[in-house]
Ligand binder design. Structure first.
Ligand SMILES: CC(C)(COP(=O)(O)OP(=O)(O)OC[C@H]1O[C@@H](n2cnc3c(N)ncnc32)[C@H](O)[C@@H]1OP(=O)(O)O)[C@@H](O)C(=O)NCCC(=O)NCCS
Length: 151
């Protein structure tokens, strides 16, 4: 039988980041599985190395992982100042698991974290999934511009 488990990690995801904790708080090479999920299913997040994935997790206020048995099938994270501004990042569900409500579960879990509860404005950027986020209450913003500075 396949079992689905959603994990709300502590801020900075120390268990996942340092010892690869997965479902039932057991080490299961979580960081490798995160890299595989992003490499395969998140076009903007391919080829991130392990050291940088650890940094990314350490600086994330909210980290959610979704597991089918020992396989990571979903991920989402946010950075937040806890009161005025927060941003969702890297929301992804493995392709073969899409269309079953799992993406919605991941986003709802991110939004329900204490670090997000009272935040005045939550931002996100999406290339081609605007409709997905609109279903979750986000609205396209016509009166602001997105500006980007790359390193
Ligand atoms: C975007 C993504 C996370 C959605 O996950 P998912 O598990 O397929 O979405 P869900 O099944 O939870 O869908 C939730 C709702 O959004 C709708 N939805 C999902 N994708 C949609 C799309 N592309 N267009 C319109 N509606 C969509 C679903 O119909 C569903 O509506 P319902 O609740 O009325 O049935 C997933 O498609 C994904 O990982 N894509 C690749 C990575 C990506 O682009 N991530 C977004 C980065 S900003």
């Amino acid at each position: 039988m396949t079992r689905l488990k959603l994990i709300k990690h502590a801020p900075g995801a120390p268990g996942l980041r340092l010892v690869g904790l997965g479902p039932c708080l057991l080490p299961c090479r979580g960081l490798f599985k995160l890299k595989d999920l992003l490499d395969e299913h998140a076009f903007w997040a391919r080829n991130r190395n392990y050291a940088n994935l650890r940094k990314l997790l350490a600086k994330s206020s909210v980290v959610i992982t979704l597991w089918r048995n020992k396989r990571m099938v979903g991920f989402g994270r946010a950075t937040s100042d806890g009161i005025y501004r927060a941003v969702l990042w890297d929301i992804v569900v493995a392709e073969e698991e899409q269309g079953q409500g799992l993406g919605k579960k991941v986003v709802e879990a991110v939004l329900s974290a204490p670090e997000m509860h009272k935040v005045e404005r939550i931002y996100l950027m999406t290339t081609n999934r605007k409709e997905f986020y609109e279903q979750l209450g986000f609205k396209a913003c016509k009166d602001q511009s997105l500006l980007i500075k790359t390193s």
